[in-house]
Design a protein around this ligand. Structure first.
Ligand SMILES: NC(=O)c1ccc[n+]([C@@H]2O[C@H](COP(=O)([O-])OP(=O)(O)OC[C@H]3O[C@@H](n4cnc5c(N)ncnc54)[C@H](OP(=O)(O)O)[C@@H]3O)[C@@H](O)[C@H]2O)c1
Length: 268
């Protein structure tokens, strides 16, 4: 089975390493991509084709992992070229997932999401859609019958046969975790201005949990480094929350989180 990637950053690199360890063929292209992406592609034993069109046509499973903002255009341009299954791992809204379904059809498109960070030692990947059960059961059979040297634990789960359900869960999770991150950034920026950050780390480690400082510092670091992408994801979050309830008061935390990430992004 051939897996193709449109976009080759942290997600595609991590998934490709796992797929290669199972013996799958992995295809991508570096057409029009940055030096950083080209180097990442070169670091693995991939089949590099001249264009993303060719990647789409050759793949049994085509994966889009680029950015929430380019996701729809990528899906419309390449998703329809694959004869196999199209998976979108960008943090897109349920609305965007529905638009992709309308264009490609639920015969080829499965709503899918990596819940949490891709670099973790344990991956949680969720699917929904008419062909999700069949796809996951094929993957499980393959994993069961093949010993992989990869030390990453991969958990795959089907939520329902409805395109959009996985996107809804992912977007709610994203709203929650980014809200917590934005609050952490703000709290510690204030604590630093007051010269009290050391004491605040100590107090929160006592009242939250002992590994609070390590996980909170990692959240702050990632919020600052990936502020642009997180800001784009918040746009999708708010689009979804607007569909559920137009009242501004129902989503003031998410609005504030978006503004916080906008500031972090513009500060770079
Ligand atoms: N990282 C995570 O833990 C995680 C977890 C769950 C979901 N996601 C989602 O997965 C997606 C990818 O995340 P990532 O962390 O892998 O991002 P990343 O490290 O920034 O990599 C993005 C890749 O996509 C390429 N790209 C951008 N626009 C493209 C286009 N129009 N056509 C083809 N390639 C394009 C970039 O190439 P250039 O270098 O040339 O720009 C780069 O290779 C995002 O939508 C993110 O929301 C990420």
């Amino acid at each position: 089975m051939k897996f193709g990637f449109i976009g080759f950053g942290e997600v595609s690199y991590t998934l490709s390493k796992i797929l290669l360890s199972y013996g799958f063929e992995v295809l991508t292209s570096t057409e029009g991509r940055s030096k950083k992406t080209k180097e990442l592609v070169k670091s693995l034993d991939l089949i590099v084709l001249d264009s993303f069109e060719e990647v789409a046509q050759e793949s049994d499973i085509l994966i889009s992992a680029n950015s929430p903002q380019s996701a729809l255009a990528v899906a419309l341009k390449y998703g329809s070229l694959t004869q196999g299954i199209f998976l979108d791992f960008n943090n897109i809204s349920p609305n965007t997932a529905k638009q992709i379904e309308n264009y490609i059809g639920d015969d080829h498109f499965i709503d899918s999401s990596i819940m949490g960070r891709v670099s973790s030692e344990e991956l949680h990947i969720y699917f929904s859609g008419r062909r999700a059960e069949e796809f996951v059961s094929n993957m499980r059979n393959f994993i069961r019958n093949n010993d992989a040297p990869s030390n990453v634990k991969v958990n795959i789960k089907v939520v329902s046969d409805e395109i959009g359900d996985v996107s809804k869960l992912k977007i709610l999770r994203s709203s929650y975790t980014k809200g917590v991150s934005a609050l952490l950034v703000e709290t510690f920026e204030t604590a630093e201005k007051l010269g009290l950050s050391g004491d605040l780390w100590e107090i929160l480690s006592l009242t939250e949990n002992m590994d609070f400082e390590t996980s909170a510092k990692s959240r702050i670091d990632s919020s600052k480094k990936k502020s642009k992408r997180k800001y784009e994801e918040l746009i999708e979050v708010l689009e979804f929350l607007d569909d559920v309830d137009k009242n501004r008061k129902s989503k003031i935390m998410a609005i504030a989180t978006k503004e916080k990430f906008e500031k972090l992004k513009n500060r770079k």
